[in-house]
Ligand binder design. Structure first.
Ligand code: ADP
Ligand code: MG
Length: 413
């Protein structure tokens, strides 16, 4: 939009009221403004949305944002509209689709959010040919890769839309992609290999701890007793999240469940109570957290093995977004690996290799007698110091480890 200053820093202040860019946001924004397609890999909470929202506001034409979840889109829509960005979603849940298309064609939209299922249809492509476009933003871009931890086949069908507008730059965004996945993303989306910007992954204020599971409920109870503040407990199943919530709830500490099987109004009520609370605990499946912006989550507990290191990083990353000291506790057992292997056996062989590698990385993380953070950061291609001083193993070095390495045994079984 024309009233916005051409200088990114001035526009940042003008549109968002922020005094400075964070991390590598400015580099991404400048690349986009100069028309260079880019893959931005930045941690959760780093501020990826701004790297397409700001250019969308500065350049003439509409930015099409591909986003995997309607709930996520609506959160983004609200925050964009709150700062005066002209944004709309085009989903089956919207009853104003004709009006949105009119605004698109009239040049009245900075941002148009769509799901990949729609973006890959020829009908949507025809709509775009009558619009002026400035950018394609592909959010949660790891979904395009079978190597990523959340493959969505519809992301693979975006290419014809992107290729129909070769002059429009592409910005792929993800918080969680290892090197293999990154290479796959740029190849799939037609972004140059040297168009990657990978920001640091370290979250120094999060203290990581991993323990063998013995009596889960009392272990989680002990953590709750020791940790003040709001927290999230990730349970492996809906039933487990309800059981835990019931066992943990007390007059002193409200503990509620959250999963996709609850009535929408119960889920919404529990979520908003949590957002507003300074010491409530949510026992949730991994359905909880995407798009939730609560800066003062003080701890995240995994009551079972996460799906991958990427998921672990993303889920623990919901703690301490305000930069204050926070904790991440993981409780795991050998049976977690047995179940994971059973699920793996049902996948088609092409995916088994990647899933196997994912499990091996998780085994390394939970079993290491060395620095957890170092393992995490190396997984994302960084070269961290050998000791972080803020994880269980650095703070309380384990005795020399028994040679019968449990999870490795299950992995090779
Ligand atoms: P991500 O998608 O990378 O997880 P978001 O785009 O949701 O992160 O941004 C996380 C939070 O950071 C948002 O509340 C956003 O307003 C804030 N934010 C982003 N960039 C800046 C900045 N330069 N200065 C201050 N706050 C910022
Ligand atoms: Mg985001």
């Amino acid at each position: 939009s024309s009233s916005t200053p051409a200088d990114p820093l001035a526009a940042l202040a003008d549109v968002f009221g922020f005094a400075a860019f964070r991390g590598r946001q400015e580099e991404v924004v400048r690349r986009v403004l100069s028309g260079q397609s880019t893959l931005a890999v930045m941690p959760t909470g780093a501020g990826k949305s701004l790297t397409y929202q700001l250019p969308a506001r500065m350049m003439p034409g509409t930015c099409v944002v591909v986003s995997p979840l309607i709930a996520l889109m609506h959160d983004q829509l609200r925050s964009a509209q709150a700062v005066g960005i002209r944004a709309a979603t085009l989903t089956s849940a919207d009853d104003d689709q004709a009006e949105t298309v009119r605004r698109l064609h009239a040049g009245e939209l900075d941002l148009l959010y769509v799901a990949p299922e729609r973006a890959s249809r020829s009908h949507f492509l025809r709509l775009l040919t009558q619009a002026q476009l400035c950018l394609f933003a592909i959010d949660e871009a790891h979904c395009v890769s079978e190597w990523g931890h959340d493959f969505r086949p519809d992301y693979r069908l975006l290419r014809p839309m992107l290729d129909a507008f070769p002059q429009v730059p592409r910005l792929a965004l993800t918080a969680t992609a290892d090197e293999h996945t990154r290479k796959d993303i740029v190849a799939q989306l037609g972004i140059a290999q040297d168009g990657m910007i990978v920001a640091g992954f370290d979250r120094p204020n999060i203290r990581y701890a991993v323990s063998a599971r013995s009596s889960l409920t009392s272990q989680v109870k002990a953590v709750l007793a020791a940790e003040p503040g709001a927290g999230i407990v990730y349970a492996p199943t809906r039933a487990a999240s309800e059981r835990l919530a019931q066992a943990l709830n007390s007059p002193a500490r409200q503990v509620r469940a959250y999963h996709a099987g609850l009535a929408p109004e119960v889920r919404a009520a529990n979520q908003s109570a949590f957002i507003g609370s300074a010491n409530m605990v949510i026992c949730a499946t991994v359905a909880f957290g995407m798009g939730i912006d609560k800066p003062d989550v003080r701890f995240v507990i995994h009551a079972g093995l996460p799906k991958s290191i990427e998921s672990y990083y993303q889920e623990t990353g919901r703690a301490g977004r305000d930069g204050e000291p926070s904790k991440a506790h993981l409780f795991w057992g050998g049976d977690d690996f047995i179940r994971a292997r059973q699920r793996l056996a049902e996948l088609d062989p092409a995916r088994q290799q990647g899933e196997n590698a994912r499990l091996a990385s998780l085994a390394a993380l939970v079993e290491t007698p060395q620095c957890r953070r170092a393992i995490l950061l190396r997984h994302f291609g960084e070269d961290p110091p050998a000791q972080c001083g803020n994880c269980d193993n650095c703070l309380d070095p384990p005795e020399a480890i028994d040679a019968s390495v449990l999870a490795q045994k299950y992995l090779s079984a």
